[in-house]
Design a protein around this ligand. Sequence first.
Ligand code: AMP
Length: 483
Amino acid sequence: MTDSFSNLSLAPTLARAVAEMGYESMTPIQAQAIPVVLTGQDVMGAAQTGTGKTAAFSLPLLQRLLKHENPSTSPARHPVRALVLLPTRELADQVAQQIKLYAKYTQLRSAVVFGGMDMKPQTLELKKGVEVLVATPGRLLDHIEAKNAVLNQVEYVVLDEADRMLDIGFLPDLQRILSFLPKQRTTLLFSATFSPEIKRLAGSYLQNPVTIEVARPNETASTVEQRFYAAQDDDKRRVIRKVLTDRGIKQAFIFVNSKLGCGRLARSLEREGLKTAALHGDKSQDERLKALEAFKQGEVDLLVCTDVAARGLDIKDVPAVFNFDVPFNAEDYVHRIGRTGRAGASGLAVTLVSPSDTRLVGDIEKLIKKKLEVESLQLDDHPRPGVERSERERSDERPRGRVYEGRRREDFDPRDASELRERRGGFRPAPVNRDPFFAKPYEAPSSDAAPSWESAAPKTPRSSISANIKPKRKVAALFKTAE
Ligand code: AMP
């Protein structure tokens, strides 16, 4: 029997939307989860982003909500019936867009609310009534407090990327939100990994859940070639260039552990003539979207990102991922390399390991249950003229703060504080920008131009730093404590 959507007896309105998406057969998580969710049971699902899990929960939820479908314009006839919670605004936006596509031939309404955007348009939409509400926890609580969202008729809750929600520190917010919901409901929890904390969360809020695992927990995609190269901090950028050139790779994500490190590395690469953009939690939503769009258009070859900022990027098959810093949290390794080699496409994940990273690599080995070999890569003897750096530039990259496990920690903020910050100090309105980017998988930019590292890279003057990269932050910012 094939895993065809036609085996599911979906309502014609949903089947038509699925057919329009061009899906030929169900992905493994869909084949396993959809029949279970259709029966209304709680689910604990281990699946990474990129496995098709959004459709795995939203199609059966929509199917079950069809009994509430009605053409009335009265908001009272459209109470929130399903709540989908996600850790980041990008992810919320992306999931909401998918749900809109699946529900487009039904009369069910959906909306998304997340921080970093003006509350007013979100409020207007909520007041009109929506059956499916997609939200990040912080902003949802703001709307609950403002009485814009009433959740006493919720029948389904999805805790998506639950491990990341806990990492960000959303547990208290989640607990509060769940306290507003009817006890009688279906709860679906999805997480890339089943850590003890996730199991505790599930134990508290799920009832006899059916466990679904498409890959063993913490297993990394088998289509990803994982390489670990020994590199001193000063050599890491040369290693990246060498791998990019040797492998003929056109675009890549580079992960770093801190927001400051992110900006700093992006500036250094930019100075070397590489088309680079930075993506981290201090960037406004608008800046993030611009950076992503520039990457998609091929105006940018390298996207330097922190974990939280990259969390929501649904771009399949980015050719390569570099871990410029070994992640502090081994689970982030799994998430990072999930950006490449997705949905069956092969990818390359290169991790640059400095001598102080031994313990962190050991943590990854334990998590993915695989012995990892750290190789050495032969670099050219002399750095290219364009990449020689002045003493000033080098000092730019030296550790400045407290040292944590031998690494910089001064600006490491594991929580994407933007949303929490907004709640404490008032939000920064950003222009509303519907983002078609997230709905699309990664596509190589159409331009035939050679990537920036292939052309000789004369050192570019400071004034030519791209608009995507913010000027260096003032020293005072280095002493800012994490929020
Ligand atoms: P997700 O894991 O939900 O973020 O989905 C990742 C990507 O896979 C999205 O771009 C979906 O549109 C796509 N997708 C979901 N289900 C299928 C399917 N059955 N066949 C092909 N692509 C799919």
